[in-house]
Design a protein around this ligand. Structure first.
Ligand code: ATP
Ligand code: ZN
Length: 292
């Protein structure tokens, strides 16, 4: 077993970049109280036995693998690219992007196979090499640090393999995606040895339960409405996520109030159908946290 860091649990977070804001928001969201980064390396949590370590996102998988940190919040793309031996505990629902191959507008290539013999500039050389190998395609892989999208204009490369989220950057540079290698989002990852140490495991599990509660709550709505008792079963069918609602009799005879947590978006059309079925005073409220 590798040497683990001191006594506190330690979580690595990107020091400045796209994942920093959402990562800290998530940690605040599960009730952790700590000083924000402010160019420090460490930040101690005031109400949980946890220390935050702020580093470049590219270093997070390796630091977690080596036990410098027990946990990390990092893009799945970086874990794959670094081929790190860490355990993914949970997808976190932000930092969505895809690794795509793209060629300049007007180029004839339509698939990986069409790129045989070309030069491809990429920020993810390991992933690209693996993909080319799987397809049996030989091409020159040019590793760059960032801004792959400018390499065709500079005649450094014929194609690019880079992360895309909305696709705006690629369109701005007249690049056309031809293949997606994989999709990615931010995830909570752990050092496998940390999960074997009982008191660490216990702290990690507590954090995981809180995280699940926060992520579940985001998808959940609390619905209350009034309806004739006779309309109940029809309304339950319209809201299939609604399991065993609380039904309270109202002063008005045969009318009931119905309260339930619903595990999906309740859109206007759903509310309209409930109203048609006899529902009234329909309220849809956000849910902040859930503990099962
Ligand atoms: P660092 O200096 O920490 O290495 P970086 O430039 O590698 O910073 P960012 O651009 O902040 O990092 O991206 C961090 C992560 O955000 C990526 O690894 C990826 O998981 C995710 N991400 C989401 N959308 C995109 C995108 N369009 N381009 C790049 N990364 C994205
Ligand atoms: Zn990076």
């Amino acid at each position: 077993m590798k040497e683990l860091n001191g006594d506190s649990l330690r979580i690595a977070v990107q020091n400045s970049g796209r994942l920093t804001g959402p990562s800290l928001e998530l940690l605040h969201g599960i009730g952790l109280d700590f000083e924000d980064q402010d160019r420090k390396l460490f930040s101690r949590c005031r109400n949980f036995d946890l220390e935050l370590l702020f580093i470049r996102d590219d270093d997070i998988p390796e630091y977690v693998q080596d036990g410098v940190a027990d946990l990390g919040i990092v893009g799945q793309n970086v874990v794959r690219e670094e081929e790190a031996e860490v355990e993914e505990l949970q997808e976190l629902g932000f930092g969505q992007c895809s690794l795509k191959l793209a060629v300049p507008e007007g180029a004839s290539a339509r698939s990986t196979e069409d790129l045989a013999g070309s030069r491809i500039a990429t920020t993810h050389p390991t992933s690209l090499r693996r993909h080319l190998e799987e397809r049996g395609v030989e091409a020159e892989v040019i590793t760059i640090r960032g801004a792959a999208e400018v390499t065709p204009v500079l005649d450094v490369a014929d194609a690019v393999c880079d992360l895309v989220s909305t696709g705006t950057t690629m369109r701005m540079h007249d690049l056309q995606p031809i293949e997606t290698l994989w999709d990615s989002q931010a995830a909570l990852v752990a050092n496998p040895d940390s999960l074997e140490v009982p008191d660490r495991r216990e702290l990690i599990d507590r954090l995981r339960v809180r995280l699940r509660g926060l992520l579940d709550a985001k998808q959940m709505k609390y619905v209350t409405l009034n309806a004739p008792r006779s309309a109940l079963s029809e309304i339950e069918e319209i809201l299939p996520g609604m399991k065993s609602p609380t039904v309270v009799p109202l002063a008005e005879e045969d009318m009931v109030a119905l309260h339930a947590a619903v595990k999906e978006e309740v859109f206007w059309d759903v509310m309209e159908r409930i109203k048609e079925a006899g529902g009234s005073e329909i309220l849809v409220l956000p849910v902040e946290k859930v503990m099962r």
